[in-house]
Design a protein around this ligand. Structure first.
Ligand code: ATP
Ligand code: MG
Length: 429
């Protein structure tokens, strides 16, 4: 016997019952983004490997151990399945000169790939909604992006998602803090774990983000980046906070929030829930003013965030949100060759009039077809036998109302009769 075929570990099928949540979620997302003036962009899922190494940074979890990288056997190119969307989006903005004349507000929704240990809320293929802005330097856009989150949780009916913010300052401020941090960590070298030792001179800031309980106390007392920020950086941070206070959006300043990617500066933020266990961050982002230039574009201030779709959908489900299963208006049953041909015409004609129509396929007796019509939840069955086909007529039967007679109608009267009936029953409700 051949071995059963299975999906790749950590990569999920999204079955129809689940996918209904996704569609509802995406509808909400698109209208929310439109209301803030964001435009869609769609980038490839595969990009050249050097893009991610340069953008995300060599000494990060993603580049060190999570990327699906491979050599294209057909031409020897080094390629990677995208682990996040910002790098590819910046590449596209540079390549097509999008930010040259005007500011850009862009979004994308799609698959990302990271080779992680699969667990609840952490998968090897997952989805993000990514939101990016190019060409705006002030704290206003950072703050607006954070307000967007607050509005979305409300639109999705989610509560208990808390906001943490921090400022990472500018590269020169980071360099001073880094030097102080390294000497502090050197003083505690004996308790550092393997990962911390490895990062001591390459990415010491990330050590503060460790989940190792043994290091928490030491990290809490480490030199804080915020104490090294100059006036301009502090003013930017204050500007963000002012908008949040004016809008009544509560936040916590978390000095240990450093984000796992190298490209951030100034504002960083995360939205966190305690309802998803250890995988509690549902949305994260910040400013990345240096990245466009670093990847070969003209200096362009930029800011963005990404949301984990799987985690948000899990929250929506936990909060009892329930998308309605799609129910057709009409189910068309038919028997005989002439009736079958007419059934196609009738069904297409109904759809032309905006009536959702399920055409019975697969044959069977009238009785078994009527059972399916009933089970579909449709409001009406349209019944076509060879008798009807020969006279160009159909039977219309209301399935959800007792005591309504089945009616014989001309095909061209059918759509109107159904629409009239639907309006009447709407008014009765
Ligand atoms: P974490 O600390 O959970 O690993 P991260 O810092 O690696 O998160 P980002 O790169 O900031 O995550 O991605 C933004 C969001 O995408 C996360 O907040 C999370 O909601 C989601 N996300 C990241 N990795 C995964 C994954 N492997 N599976 C599902 N969702 C993910
Ligand atoms: Mg991660």
């Amino acid at each position: 016997m051949s071995q059963a075929l299975q999906a790749v570990r950590g990569m999920n099928d999204i079955l129809p019952s689940e996918a209904a949540f996704w569609e509802l979620f995406e509808d909400t997302i698109r209208s929310w983004l439109k209301s803030y003036g964001y435009q869609p962009i769609r980038m490839p899922i595969v990009e050249p490997t050097p893009l991610f190494k340069r953008a995300i940074g060599e000494v990060t979890d993603i580049v060190e151990k999570e990327m699906y990288s491979f050599i294209d056997g057909l031409n020897g190119e080094a390629l990677t399945l995208r682990p996040e969307g910002t790098a590819g989006c910046v590449r596209a903005v540079i390549e097509h000169n999008l930010a040259a004349r005007q500011t850009q507000r862009l979004y994308y929704i799609g698959q990302m790939f990271r080779h992680e240990r699969p667990q609840k809320g952490r998968y090897r293929q997952f989805h993000q909604v990514g939101v990016e802005s190019f060409g705006i330097a002030g704290p206003d856009i950072d703050a607006e992006m954070i307000l967007m989150g607050a509005r979305l949780w409300n639109d999705l009916g989610l509560d208990g998602i808390e906001l943490q913010i921090n400022s990472l300052g500018q590269p020169d401020e980071r360099a001073q803090h880094r030097a102080a941090l390294i000497s502090y960590l050197e003083e505690h070298a004996e308790i550092l774990d393997e990962e911390a030792k490895r990062r001591l001179y390459t990415n010491p800031l990330r050590i503060l983000d460790t989940k190792n309980p043994a290091l928490q106390e030491m990290c809490a007392a480490a030199p804080k980046l915020i104490d090294y920020l100059g006036e301009a950086s502090m003013a930017h941070f204050a500007g963000v906070q002012r908008v949040l206070r004016d809008a009544g959006v509560p936040f916590t300043i978390n000095p240990r929030l450093v984000r796992g990617l190298d490209y951030y500066n100034l504002t960083v933020f995360e939205w966190v829930t305690d309802k998803l266990g250890a995988q509690g961050t549902v949305c994260a982002g910040g400013r990345y003013d240096g990245l466009v230039e670093q990847l070969g574009g003209k200096p362009t201030p930029a800011c963005g965030f990404a949301m984990g779709v799987e985690r948000l959908i899990a929250l929506i489900k936990d909060s009892g949100g329930e998308p309605a299963a799609p129910v057709p208006d009409v189910y068309v049953v038919h028997q005989g060759d002439a009736a079958a041909r007419m059934a196609f015409r009738v069904a297409e004609g109904l759809r032309d009039q905006g009536i959702d129509t399920l055409l019975h396929c697969g044959g069977g007796s009238f009785k078994s077809q009527m059972k399916k019509a009933d089970g579909s939840g449709a409001s009406f069955a349209v019944i076509i036998g060879d008798d009807e086909a020969s006279t160009g007529e159909v039977q219309l039967k209301a399935l959800r109302e007792a005591g309504v007679e089945q009616r014989k109608l001309k095909v061209d009267e059918l759509a109107e009769a159904i629409i009239d009936h639907m309006i009447d029953s709407d008014e009765e409700e």
